[in-house]
Design a protein around this ligand. Structure first.
Ligand code: CMC
Length: 428
């Protein structure tokens, strides 16, 4: 008997089954042969939230949650954050290898050539209410892009796919900046591709016709590193949505609008916004013990803590903490930092958090940096989306090139009523 199998005994029937094991995994469909009666459906697994279900084989991002390791295509996140740039990392995620100098120059050139958006899209952003959440604007605008680029439906043509990738990476910062300018009632700044990816983004956000306007290189670099840290995180909620919508062969804009909507939620990309609201609500270091009591009574969650995968310090949080200090040297310190540091100190020494392996995640400090840079709180998840777009695209391409992938269509355990007859309304 081969060793790479799992022996299962069904105690209902005393029948034995040998299920092949590959990569420490069994194929769920192998369980279907396990039946009591011949006409049974067969066995399934039940896994709400997919906590122990692999939905794909991937070569993009590796995470060891217990050891706090994150690598993109094999490269440690710490090395990429220190030595690479966001657009180079985006290339690495999508194509699998670091680009040559020539490949990188062409990649950056193509993306920066796609920073302008269709005027219809700019008009659409203008039509939102003055206080519209920029994440709502981003989700709608990405969906609307599908109507402006109908050839994007040709998802099996690699050249067409590549063009949409340039477009999406090029245009998202423009959409995000316009959404912000709309919210603060200022005219839009059209892109200036000579300023680099994050430099151009800061320019579109901030430029006010100053003759001496210059992008602050420390802030542009900090944003670039934050984008790298958020670029991919394997099969998280929004990426799973990108793959699920992509599996129906929808165009990438429609799939990405869904992914961005998933990112909007406070348990995912909305967490950095929620951290800031929480720190403001706590208001002072002296209020922390009372807040922690509420957390332990499960009345509130300590936002920015805990992760489905990391049961150790999130490696991204370590890098972010370092960037925070560089940013504060430019912007001046943020009073919320003291509250955050004290919360972290208490949480890391408190039995409740230790027992549950709850450590700061990527969002615990990113919000404080964004606030120091002058971003309003509701822009935080938008910034997360700008970085994560590269990962969504890489995962989408991998899905389309994987012959084993089929339309996402989970099963359910039906517990509702059996068949019953319809009763007309006047007889109920
Ligand atoms: N504060 C207090 N208790 C917590 C927290 C928290 N932030 N997170 C988990 N717990 C407790 C939870 O109550 C449970 O305790 P018990 O077993 O006694 O009921 C235990 O820890 C396990 O929690 P869970 O909800 O089963 O864990 P999960 O893997 O389903 O949830 C999570 C992961 C990230 C949704 C959760 O930790 C959370 O809500 N954190 C706060 C929101 C947050 O910061 N999200 C950003 C995640 S990082 C960015 C991203 O990738 O999107």
């Amino acid at each position: 008997m081969s060793k790479d199998t799992l022996s299962i005994t069904d105690n209902r029937t005393d029948r034995q089954y040998e299920i092949p094991i590959e990569y420490d995994t069994i194929r769920a469909l192998e369980l279907r042969q396990i039946k009591v009666k011949e006409d049974d459906f067969g066995m399934m697994t039940y896994d709400p939230g997919y906590t122990n279900t692999a939905s794909c084989k991937s070569r993009i991002t590796f995470i060891d949650g217990a050891k706090g390791i994150l690598r993109y295509r094999g490269y440690p996140i710490e090395q990429l954050a220190e030595q690479s740039t966001f657009l180079e990392v985006a290339y690495l995620l999508i194509f699998g290898e670091l680009p040559s100098k020539k490949e990188l120059d062409y990649w950056v050139y193509r993306i920066m050539r796609h920073t302008y958006i269709h005027e219809n899209l700019a008009d659409m952003i203008k039509s939102f209410r003055y206080d519209a959440h920029p994440m709502g604007i981003l989700v709608s605008t990405i969906a609307a892009m599908s109507t402006l680029h109908p050839e994007a439906k040709q998802i099996h043509d690699p050249q067409v796919r590549l063009k949409q990738i340039w477009r999406i990476l090029g245009k998202l910062p423009t959409v995000a900046a316009f959404a912000y300018r709309h919210r603060i009632g200022r005219p839009y700044n059209y892109p200036n591709s000579t300023l680099g990816y994050t430099g151009n983004f800061l320019y579109m956000l901030d430029y006010m016709n100053q003759s001496d306007y210059e992008v602050n290189p420390v802030l542009a670099k900090a944003l670039d590193v934050l984008f790298i840290l958020h670029a991919d995180h394997e099969q998280n909620c929004s990426t799973s949505v990108m793959r699920a919508i992509g599996s129906s062969h929808a165009d990438p804009y429609s799939a990405m609008a869904g992914a961005a909507a998933a990112l909007y939620g406070p348990l995912h990309g909305g967490a950095n916004e929620a951290v800031l609201r929480m720190l403001n609500e706590i208001g002072d270091v002296k209020n922390i013990p009372a807040f922690m009591e509420r957390v332990k009574k499960r009345e509130v969650r300590l936002m920015g803590f805990g992760h489905r995968v990391y049961k150790n310090y999130d490696p991204r949080a370590k890098i972010i903490k370092k960037i925070a200090h560089q940013v504060f040297e430019v912007t001046g310190t943020n009073p919320l930092l003291d509250i955050a540091l004290e919360l972290e100190r208490i949480a890391l020494s408190d039995e409740y958090f230790i027992e549950r392996k709850l450590y700061p995640n990527v969002d615990f400090y990113s919000g404080i940096i964004y606030q120091a840079m002058g971003f309003p709180t509701d822009m935080f998840p938008v910034l997360f989306a700008l970085g994560r777009a590269s990962g969504w695209l890489a995962q989408w391409v991998e899905l389309l090139e994987d012959p084993e992938q089929r339309i996402a269509r989970p099963r359910q355990i039906y517990l509702g009523p059996g068949e019953r007859d319809y009763v007309p309304v006047d007889q109920r």
